[in-house]
Design a protein around this ligand. Structure first.
Ligand code: SAH
Ligand code: SF4
Ligand code: F3S
Length: 441
């Protein structure tokens, strides 16, 4: 008899991708996915520890699950992901209702771990220090049938002083190009139209391999795969973005005109303390080069306010860059000390009210820019890939432009997976409304 599995995913795309792997593995053990926690036989939390708040969210969820487990003692609760990888068995101490803890590097052993929990009805933990991504079995479950995540490199060697990821994901390990290409060919055969290549720093791809295939070269090889119409990638580190990559983005038809290029701060003093390896001038000159190669490029970024020691003057520099670059989207964060990191032990913390003020200040500026840019698209037409029904309004379809803008529109036909032309009729803050452009016969 099949059992019910609920999975709660926190954090970044890498975790979403890992959750697909987890679901695929557990389907192999006769679990069926459910959204209803009450009817679940097993609840998995795929966790994130990038900021303190992300951790708090998980522990308060575990508090709620404790009550569920009291009602249903057979319920199995598993904790995977980044918190599991760094906290390990401390999670059992803080949340004794947890049955299974598995690290980011242990997902491939999940079947045997779950069987062990079921058999012995006791606690199981697996936290590996390293693993070889080339021996991973292929993913057997993906949420979307149109657009697929494909991991190309695991881990991160950058050790930005604020960031926990190198401790939760280990050292950089690229997957073999032949395995990546096989996976993408398989996706094309299944009808996928778009792939998003995933890595903490995709530009480092291949540095740990001896076959001479670097990231731009990998893109050229994926470009050749029939059936795949669009290629995206996240994340690029500004220090590693090369002219070769810019040429590749310009010259390849399938690589979309969108780049996520995290700035973090506009102040060189803070960038240096963050260990980012670039100055604001170098960052801006890369953006200028990129715009000269690909004028229609859409750029998004990540910004942290309130890094220890950030003064008004440092903050103003970030604000200036925001106004100068005019990003289409930004992801804004208040600095959160992570105990594992170098910056975590710094003492000159910015008071929470100042962080809040700086955060709101940038948010306001960005909202105006985003809205202005999206409004400017009203009346234009663009090519979109239809992803499926809109979650907010099931009468509408949701789609994406090559530049990564969401366009929702009415249709009485399910056009999932089709690439069509739409006219933008309204530009909102986070998405656009469109209408299908009817072609004459
Ligand atoms: N590998 C990517 C993404 C890392 S995590 C990159 O290098 O850009 C996503 C974002 O979270 C980071 O870009 C950063 O802006 C933010 N972040 C990371 N650690 C943080 C911390 N301790 N406090 C606040 N924001 C943080
Ligand atoms: Fe974290 Fe820096 Fe690595 Fe990104 S590049 S994951 S911010 S250490
Ligand atoms: Fe969070 Fe881990 Fe991603 S810490 S942001 S889920 S790599």
């Amino acid at each position: 008899m099949s059992k019910n599995l609920a999975i709660l995913t926190y954090g970044c795309q890498m975790n979403k991708y890992d959750s697909e792997r987890i679901v695929g593995i557990l389907k192999g053990l006769d679990f069926q996915l459910t959204d209803d926690l009450r009817s679940a036989d097993m609840i998995m939390l795929n966790t994130c520890s990038i900021r303190e708040k992300a951790e708090q969210k998980v522990f308060s969820q575990l508090g709620r699950l404790k009550r569920l487990k009291e009602d249903n003692p057979d319920l199995i609760i598993g904790v995977g992901g980044c918190i599991a990888q760094i906290k390990g068995d401390k999670i059992f101490q803080r949340a004794p209702q947890v049955d299974l803890i598995f690290g980011t590097l242990n997902i491939d052993h999940l079947s045997s771990m779950v069987r062990e929990v079921e058999k012995k009805r006791g606690r199981v933990i697996g936290i590996a220090k390293d693993f070889d991504p080339d021996i991973q079995p292929p993913l057997t479950f993906r949420e979307s049938q149109v657009s697929a995540w494909v991991n190309i490199i695991q881990g991160c060697d950058n050790y930005c002083t604020y960031c926990v990821v190198p401790y939760t994901r280990g050292r950089e390990r690229s997957r073999s190009s032949s395995i990546i290409l096989d996976e993408i060919r398989g996706l094309a055969d299944q009808g996928y139209k778009e792939v998003t290549l995933l890595g903490q720093n995709v530009n480092s791809y291949g540095k740990d391999k001896s076959d001479g295939i670097d990231f731009p070269q990998l893109l050229y090889m994926i470009e050749e795969i029939d059936g795949i119409k669009r290629i995206r990638f996240v994340t690029s580190h500004p220090k590693d973005i090369s002219e070769r990559l810019m040429y590749a983005m310009r010259d390849m038809n399938k690589v979309c005109e969108h780049l996520h290029l995290p700035l973090q701060s506009g102040s060189n003093r803070i960038l240096n303390k963050m260990g980012r390896g670039y100055t604001s001038e170098e960052y801006l000159s890369k953006i200028d080069r990129l715009k000269s190669f690909i004028p229609e490029i859409v750029i998004s970024t990540d910004i942290i306010v309130g890094f220890p020691g950030e003064t008004d003057d440092d903050f103003n520099k970030t604000e200036e860059i925001l106004k100068e670059v005019e990003y289409d989207t930004i992801f804004l964060f208040k600095y959160s000390p992570r105990p594992e990191t170098l910056a975590g032990s710094l003492s000159n913390h910015v008071p929470p009210n100042i962080k809040e003020e700086r955060f709101n200040n940038l948010l306001m500026i960005q909202k105006e820019i985003s809205l202005k840019k999206n409004k400017a698209l009203e009346g234009t037409s663009d090519e979109v890939l239809v992803e499926g029904h809109s979650k907010k309004d099931p009468g509408k379809l949701t789609s994406r432009t090559r530049s990564n803008k969401i366009v929702n529109f009415y249709s009485n036909r399910d056009m999932k997976g089709e690439i069509i032309e739409v006219k933008i009729i309204r530009g909102g803050l986070y998405s656009l409304d469109g209408e299908i452009i009817e072609r004459g016969c």
